[in-house]
Design a protein around this ligand. Structure first.
Ligand code: SF4
Ligand code: SF4
Ligand code: FES
Length: 520
């Protein structure tokens, strides 16, 4: 360790640290745009200026290593003046379109201007006009005028995704970010450049103009898009979830997440969800509260034994598996339990960065729970049992994100051959809606609506906490089991009949902006 002094305070930092790392490790504020802890050092923005005692010239903190006894500060009048003029240069050609910029509310330029700027511009020249609304690829749009040429996005495609789509073309005040020979920015990590762009130059096609960031709350959870289990933040309000961003986790995803993981939020919002509990029998459909249906099912299932089979997918928490397996073992008294593996041929594939072929968050947790309980039934045993009629009722804890289950249609028709199908799931599915036999559908909570533990591909156990409610009345598997046992479960009440629920896209709700776009 090395002892240095930052703004008058003595601190210890690891040998070889840069000054900017020392500031961060000791929670000291320092301006910076081009430095990013997950990328190489470029030293181009000149905003991280510090004064080092004994050194007549200011230095950049991102590219200067600490030395024992070094005394640095970024609070002197000399530093503040340098940062102010640095900022003035950054803003020379930057358009004043903060009111319509998606980055407004979380923009480094706005923050720095309020802290160090607030000057009258001395520029007499007009701004250099650059390209606006440049379509960089399927997910990212560039507004060249806002770009401050920090090169973070270029370094990301060179160093992290290693796809090299981006470069800086031309020189001086004509320099612009662009793609080589029109090759689009199209890799499975492309939206990370939106996160790391310190200004509003790079925006996400999916998110832009859908919400002002100050109308959103955020909460940490994990991505359930595959068995990696990246740490993420979801941004939401009463209308649902609007975007997902990675959270730094050195043990799992570092600073990044994949683009497919960013789409997971769409399958949690109301438009994609099973909203009602219902029973279809003898050509009649009956709607009811999920708790009421679960209680009824409990009466049918209790002691039914081996005529009942349970099918589980890898989307649920460890706690839910424990509750439902325990219930089927001790109360239903069956050992007919089966694992629905959605894409077995891809399970062990890996793209080399984060995304895994097993697109379930908790396959490992399910495998552990099955083996703990001695359940090892094969899919053939299940289908044989349905064919011979020894299995009469199939209970399915289905996928949360049906887009990740390409075999959904086939599995639904395979399982619906049983005399009775009970489907617990978060997703709305036309294949389920079309069933006319003896069917019960019970809405379950999605991953942001419950707390619990997921075990990732490497066996890492990660616990998440409930973020929000999207479907009032939906139950976790644990709650469904409690209701099946006849316990009183306090689910959120269903929407009153005749009162419109705040569906995404349905209009302005409670002074919050309306989501008008979004492709599932
Ligand atoms: S587009 Fe954003 S990240 Fe890329 S160089 Fe410009 S300011 Fe930096
Ligand atoms: S790698 Fe997997 S867990 Fe991580 S963001 Fe992508 S889908 Fe989600
Ligand atoms: S952060 Fe140091 S020069 Fe940009």
């Amino acid at each position: 360790m090395v002892t240095i002094t930052i703004n008058g305070k003595e601190v210890e930092v690891p040998e070889g640290s840069t000054i900017i790392e020392a500031f961060y490790q000791n929670k000291q504020d320092i301006a910076h745009y081009c430095w990013h802890p997950g990328l190489s050092i470029a030293g181009v923005c000149r905003l991280c200026m510090v004064e080092i005692e004994g050194n007549p010239r200011l230095q950049i903190a991102c590219n200067t290593q600490v030395m024992p006894g070094m005394k640095v500060n970024n609070q002197s009048a000399k530093v503040k003046d340098a940062v102010k003029w640095g900022l003035d240069f950054h803003l020379i050609n930057h358009p004043l379109d903060c009111p319509i910029c998606d980055q407004a509310g979380e923009c480094g330029l706005q923050d720095q201007y309020m802290k160090y700027g607030q000057y009258d511009s001395e520029m007499g020249e007009g701004k250099v006009k650059k390209h606006k609304v440049v379509d960089l690829g399927p997910r990212v749009v560039l507004d060249s005028e806002r770009c401050i040429l920090c090169s973070r996005c270029v370094r990301f495609t060179d160093e992290v995704s290693k796809t090299n789509e981006l470069g800086i073309f031309n020189r001086g005040d004509r320099a612009e970010v662009g793609t080589f020979d029109g090759k689009p920015l199209n890799n499975n990590y492309s939206q990370n450049v939106v996160d790391i762009c310190p200004v509003g130059a790079l925006t996400s096609k999916d998110f832009r103009f859908r919400q002002r960031v100050w109308f959103l709350k955020d909460a940490e959870t994990i991505c359930t898009g595959c068995s990696t289990g990246c740490s993420v933040k979801v941004y939401h309000n009463k209308e649902g979830l609007f975007r997902v961003k990675p959270v730094y986790n050195p043990a799992v995803n570092g600073h990044w997440m994949c683009d497919q993981g960013r789409d997971v939020y769409k399958f949690v919002n109301k438009d994609a969800r099973l909203l009602d509990a219902k029973v279809v029998s003898g050509g009649k459909t009956e709607h009811m509260q999920a708790t009421e249906l679960a209680k009824r099912l409990g009466t049918t299932l209790k002691g039914a034994g081996k005529s009942v089979a349970l099918v589980l997918t890898g989307a649920y928490t460890v706690e839910e598996y424990d509750a439902i397996l325990n219930y089927f073992k001790s109360e239903v008294q069956t050992s007919n339990v089966y694992h629905w593996i959605n894409n077995p041929e891809n399970f062990d594939t890996f793209d080399g960065l984060l995304l895994r072929g097993d697109r379930n968050p908790n396959t490992k947790g399910l495998a552990e729970a099955l083996s703990k309980n001695g359940f090892n039934g094969t899919w053939k045993e299940l289908t044989d049992g349905i064919s011979t009629g020894s299995i009469k009722t199939v209970v399915v804890a289905g996928p949360e994100n049906i887009a990740l289950f390409p075999d959904l249609k086939a599995k639904v028709s395979e399982l619906a051959r049983a005399a009775k199908l009970i489907w617990l799931g978060a997703a709305k599915s036309a294949d389920l809606e079309a069933l006319t036999g003896d069917v019960a559908l019970l809405p379950t909570k999605s991953y942001v609506e419950k707390s619990g533990t997921f075990v990732n591909h490497a066996g890492l156990r990660q616990t998440v906490k409930r973020v929000t409610t999207i479907v009032p009345g939906a139950l976790s598997l644990t709650e469904a089991v409690a209701a099946m046992k006849g316990e009183d479960v306090l689910a959120q009440p269903k929407q009153q009949a005749g009162v419109a629920s705040p569906t995404v896209g349905a209009g302005r709700v409670n002074n919050e902006f309306t989501l008008t776009r979004g492709v599932w």
